[in-house]
Design a binder for this molecule. Sequence first.
Ligand code: ADP
Ligand code: GLC
Length: 500
Amino acid sequence: MKILFASSEAYPLIKTGGLADVAESLPRALCAEGLDARLVLPAYREVLRQFEAPRILGWLDIATAAGRQVARVLEVRHAAFAQPVFLIDAPAHFDRAGGPYQHPDGYDWPDNAERFALFSQAVALLADDALNLGWRPDVVHANDWQTGLVPAYLSQLSEPPRSLFTIHNIAYDCQFDMGTFNHLLMPREWWSMHLGEFYGRFSMLKSGLVFCDVITTVSPTYAEEICTPAYGYGYAAVLQSDCNKLHGILNGIDTETWDPRRDPLLVAHYQLKSPIRPAKRRNREALMERLGASPAARESRDPLIGFVGRLVDQKGVDLLADTIPVALENHALQFAVIGTGHPHLEARLARLAELNPDRVLLHLGYDERMAHLLEAGSDLFVMPSRYEPCGLNQMYSMRYGTPPIVHATGGLADTVIDASEEHLADGLATGFTFEYPEVQDLSTAISRALALHADPKAWMALMKNGMRQDFSWARSAREYIRLYRGGEHPANEKPSNLHP
Ligand code: ADP
Ligand code: GLC
């Protein structure tokens, strides 16, 4: 079976968040199951600079606002991908400095709708084998709003392949007005409340939802949550109108990149059967050094709570910033925070680091090595996300023997088993969950975690439970394959490593 996997980012070529991790590891897991899964990405400058001589497969003729335009299709090979990767090369849209969605100064590119409409059209043409490559996918798997128009453009083909659309985050949708809609030369009938029109605007995300054959999202709990007004960002009714179309499949993680036994970004390796604490301590020291910590901070034996992530409201960064002073007041502990994002959240964290120089260590930036050192070198990992479709960091942290403290929402609820007395007794506990994203609840969870941390034997058992979890992609890949084939996914059935 041939799958064309369309994504706007993929690690290690270009990454802003978890979608990139999924776009690397899911196609590989599908190939390991015997499928021919190929990735297609925009040829951003950042991606092109990583390849010396991409092969030109051909030229696609695309209708754009500026008239008919030609996009080249390039083919590159990279060790991270089992199959060749297609790049859609449209220099006016993608060959620019900055991120995939944002200007270097941090604001969204004003022509994002146009850029990703072009990308989506190109994907549909590639799926129709417009270049006569002799490669025609059975299924096109699109991801998030950037590829929301892929199922729409596929619907125009005489024999469209099956389409699956994955929601990684329903809060991001890319809406525009009728002027832009006309400018993008979209078929008039798409401006309908039954298709892409959304409260008087056009939504790229809604197009993906209505035109595709199957919708998935990245955890069973998030699949339930987005059908409610509180989490659905206006799309609950669209999803409820065809409940059988939506399936929750938990993301896996790349267990090769994230492996404490051989992760090249760590300074000391460890596993279940080797001494864990000394290796974690060495990684902590390396992390402290990179964070520019004072000697007092480096030598401290206080528990270290880590956070890595985009500094945005979704991640509960404001809640973390409100809770840090309370936790520092009540406990001997340190925080290490790595992230970039909204200037007001960056400023709040910077102020906390300034006020508590030996106890709050901060790196405002994107740093892959530091993220790995933090997962390994911290004692606890905190994710107070207000909502979290899946979340990958909590799975990385469990694998690195760093129990997470999480708000029980979305994929966090599906992957972390609370250290309640009952779950500690039956050996299932892997971390700490709290019910409401409020300072009181997070503070209580931190206190519970520190109380258990004071008992080395109980703590080691908790760490090892997390390290033993199987978060590999194989099981989820098989669930996708069943949906690709048109089979039913047992609705919201929870995999066996979830809450008992
Ligand atoms: P989201 O996709 O919502 O940002 P996920 O938990 O799914 O959240 O994935 C985030 C990914 O991005 C993880 O691999 C995480 O380690 C990485 N990441 C986020 N911010 C940073 C940062 N500042 N430095 C390094 N890695 C980061
Ligand atoms: C999104 C979500 C995150 C998820 C990731 C990969 O960015 O915010 O929870 O893990 O996509 O699916």
